[in-house]
Design a protein around this ligand. Structure first.
Ligand code: CP3
Length: 352
């Protein structure tokens, strides 16, 4: 593992399941539309322009860390950016989320995806990482990528989806083409994540956000070998986090893919999830919509998550999914303060 000045940082220690004086906390989508400052930047730049502007992307990353006083930054980018380089025709339609203009619907479409060099195609993300590290050398930075299945689902569906029927039909009817697509996306993901670590990311997170739509058989045969290849390639590079939603029925399988940390959503009690995951660090798992409630609810539910973690080493506090755009900023700040207060080990053992 890479030597770094962050070796003793609490987030880095928790990733390695070492004891910490309080539970580290960061939040998925900590930079985003719930912040007025972010919305102001988006008045001037489209989402893709913002991602491509390394300077502003780094600033937005720093802004979230400073505003919330969280224990880690996550580089401002998107899992779908590599799809632009594959010539899939990625765009973000006003209010409609991502659109893929050249969806993958046949084996010929898989063959037409263009190979690209990560340094050329995604160098702007690597540059943003370098800028963040220069500005905040003492704050751990998370680099990330989308997992092959989640990326494939956008390519095949042509955008977001509810039931992933086209994706599953392609997987069942064109197994060789699906496998080839997964292998291409796995290669890109490995190269991209290694480049992010080389640029200075201290931890790498793989988002397989939608893999919970699959049953155990399909996960085991069509997905797991690729995820294993990714984590094998990252072994001894930097610590890794593997996240998905609705993965309660397959957490044992997800854990076997080989990351250091498993991210879990709110649909499961954290203690039961941890039992399935086994001896590894766990990240999660407050329901992000709790942040739409009042302070008492936020405080009580935060305490519940911490109680389920039970003071075990290797808990990183997070939401079960990203912060929603209509979330009040003060509630997000209050959540981070509550985690700090409730998880401070010295305070818990303090006797007057
Ligand atoms: O602070 C951070 O978390 C870092 C930045 C980040 C973004 N996207 C910025 C973003 C990260 C880590 C992501 C990951 C991402 N992107 C995932 C995996 C995590 C998850 O939510 O499950 C997925 C599935 C995507 C794909 C994506 N990007 C969608 C479906 C959308 C549109 C819908 C939505 O939630 O807004 C995006 C756009 C996007 N990515 C925004 C942000 C801040 C909003 C864009 C805007 O400013 O209009």
């Amino acid at each position: 593992m890479k030597e770094s000045i962050l070796e003793n940082n609490i987030f880095m220690r928790a990733l390695r399941c070492e004891p910490v004086e309080r539970t580290p906390v960061w939040l998925m989508r900590q930079a985003g539309r719930y912040q007025p400052e972010y919305r102001a930047i988006r008045q001037k730049l489209s989402f893709l322009e913002l991602c491509h502007n390394s300077q502003v992307a780094a600033e937005v990353t720093v802004m979230a860390v400073e505003m919330l006083k969280v224990d880690a930054g996550i580089i401002f980018a998107d899992i779908l950016l590599p799809l632009q380089c594959l010539n899939a025709g990625l765009r973000f339609a006003q209010g409609d989320g991502p659109v893929i203009d050249n969806p993958v619907r046949s084996s010929a479409d898989v063959d037409n995806l263009t190979a690209f060099d990560v340094q050329d195609g995604l160098g702007y993300v690597l540059e943003a990482i370098k800028l963040f590290v220069k500005e905040k050398p003492l704050v751990p930075l998370i680099g990330f990528a989308g997992a092959p299945f989640t990326l494939a689902s956008y390519l095949i569906e042509g955008g977001s989806s509810r039931h992933f029927e086209r994706t599953k039909a392609f997987m069942y009817l064109e197994p060789l083409a699906f496998e080839k697509l997964m292998a291409i996306l796995t290669d890109v993901t490995i190269e991209y994540l290694l480049a992010q670590a080389a640029a200075g990311a201290n931890c790498l997170m793989l988002f397989d956000s939608w893999v919970g739509t699959l049953g155990r058989e399909d996960y085991t045969t069509a997905i797991l070998p690729h995820s294993r290849r990714i984590f094998a390639a990252l072994q001894n590079v930097v610590p890794t986090i593997h996240f998905g939603t609705a993965t309660g029925g397959m957490l044992d399988l997800v854990a076997s893919a080989g990351s250091d940390v498993i991210g879990v959503d709110w649909r499961m009690n954290l203690a039961s999830a941890w039992d399935l995951i086994g001896p590894k660090a766990v990240q999660g798992n407050l329901d992000p919509t709790v942040l739409l409630g009042d302070r008492k609810l936020i405080y009580d539910r935060t305490r519940m998550v911490l109680e389920q973690a039970g003071g075990r080493s290797g808990h990183i506090f997070n939401l079960g999914h990203g912060i929603g755009k209509d979330t009040p900023v003060d509630n997000v700040k209050y959540l981070v303060e509550s985690v700090r207060e409730l998880s401070t080990r010295k305070a818990l053992s303090y006797e007057p």
